[in-house]
Design a protein around this ligand. Structure first.
Ligand code: FE
Length: 194
């Protein structure tokens, strides 16, 4: 085989290596797709922040975003596509409801919009506890919600990823660029206030 590293040979070897890593549990089946997406797309939480700032300043975009996140973010040039098609669902915080995102099974995450996921998101502690006791987990992030705020926890999967649409801050500039700068990654996951 030496000296015959055609594209086909290399592809076969890469495929074999991926399969081996997945079978041995070294990596989850979506990790390589996500890494590739991130590499190709300049994945950063700034992308998610731009989506949020647009929704805050354009009510019609916001309506489309909440109805069909996948197509709405595509309007801004963000595809959720990898090898597997992924659906993006955007969930809106309101005065009396708060949303938090988790992947209880592994670490599914909208990498394109939020950048690489933080270590705690992949931790067993976060994944198992946030579903059972979201209020306590958020408090550990230093985020205390009023007792009457209803908390919804969204469990991600290989097919569906979630992003939180935080409430727009009531003070400060209303320019889209300034609003973008106020949005943090953790606010898009739901583990921090804005
Ligand atoms: Fe996952």
């Amino acid at each position: 085989m030496s000296g015959t590293h055609s594209d086909a040979v290399i592809s076969r070897r890469v495929r074999a290596l991926e399969t081996l890593l997945e079978e041995r549990g070294v990596i989850g089946p979506t990790v390589l797709d996500e890494a590739l997406d991130a590499f190709l797309a300049g994945a950063t939480p700034l992308n998610g922040a731009r989506v949020v700032a647009r929704a805050w300043t354009d009510p019609e975009f916001k309506e489309r975003l909440l109805a069909d996140g996948t197509s709405a973010v595509a309007e801004l040039g963000y595809s959720a596509g990898g090898v597997q098609p992924q659906r993006l669902r955007v969930v809106e915080n309101t005065e009396d409801t708060h949303n938090v995102v988790v992947c209880t099974l592994c670490s599914c995450y909208p990498v394109r919009l939020l950048g690489p996921s933080p270590g705690w998101y992949k931790s067993e502690a976060y994944r198992s506890r946030v579903v059972r006791e979201p209020r306590a987990v958020l408090a550990e992030f230093g985020f205390t919600l009023p007792p009457d705020t209803e908390i919804t926890v969204w469990d991600s999967s290989a097919e569906t990823r979630y992003m939180v649409l935080p409430r727009r801050p009531t003070t400060g500039s209303l320019r889209e660029e300034d609003l973008t700068a106020m949005v943090t990654r953790n606010a898009l996951i739901g583990t921090a206030p804005l």
